[in-house]
Design a protein around this ligand. Structure first.
Ligand SMILES: N[C@@H](CCC(=O)N[C@@H](CS)C(=O)NCC(=O)O)C(=O)O
Length: 210
């Protein structure tokens, strides 16, 4: 299978961690967001949403949306499971994952930042404050609800960790001081000690540029 990915894409980073945890081999196809390759053929045709990641299966099926790809992976390759079997625990993990993937990430996406500049004359500082604002709201909520005994919801990493670690990477990239969220950074340290997370990190990707 092929993973269409970009080193700094936090959505692609989620999928890379899932693939590594499940030890599923893939071929990477790099889509440079800086060069705008997400919006032009061939990638823009493969995924009309013009966002990474996408996964192309060996039979040509194309899956998009990181959480949908991870859901498919969790069904096709059940070990280790990324979601609890208990319905309540599952809803809690999904809620944390959605806090990041549905509430923080979409308003902090590259195309949103571009629009803030192009349509509303936002400066770099305006963009930074925008990013920090939405991340703070989400991180405050997660710090309050995440039990974080070691990983986000237990003693093994799961979907919430897959979303959290890339989002914390992005927060650092935007110079957000993470001191107010000690539970989140403790989970981050536990995750990054695992090769599956470390090997999925942006700087470890072959397309990482300085
Ligand atoms: N909800 C989508 C979000 C995908 C997404 O927004 N990807 C970003 C990179 S993290 C992207 O491709 N941005 C390109 C752009 O904004 O033009 C998912 O989870 O896959």
């Amino acid at each position: 299978m092929k993973l269409y990915t970009y080193w700094r894409s936090t959505a692609a980073y989620r999928v890379r961690i899932a693939l590594n945890l499940k030890r599923v081999a893939r071929q990477d196809v790099f889509v440079s967001l800086v060069a705008g390759e997400q919006s032009a053929p061939p990638y823009g045709t493969l995924n009309p949403q013009q966002l990474v990641p996408a996964m192309e299966l060996d039979d040509g099926t194309v899956l998009t949306q990181s959480l949908a790809i991870i859901d498919w992976l969790d069904t096709a390759f059940p070990e280790p499971p990324l979601m609890p079997a208990d319905p309540i625990a599952r809803a809690q993990v999904l809620s944390a994952a959605h806090t990041i993937a549905m509430d923080i990430h979409p308003v902090n996406n590259l195309r949103v930042l571009k629009a803030l500049g192009a349509r509303f004359d936002a400066t770099d500082q305006d963009r930074r404050e925008w990013m920090h604002h939405w991340m703070r709201l989400g991180f405050d909520a997660l710090e309050a609800v995440m039990p974080a005994p070691r990983f986000a919801f237990g003693n093994a990493p799961g979907l919430a960790d897959l979303c959290l670690i890339p989002q914390l990477y992005n927060a650092r990239r935007w110079d957000l001081d993470l001191a107010p969220w000690p539970k989140l950074t403790a989970v981050e340290a536990a995750c990054l000690a695992l090769p599956a997370f470390a090997e999925a990190a942006p700087e470890a990707q072959p397309d990482a540029t300085g």
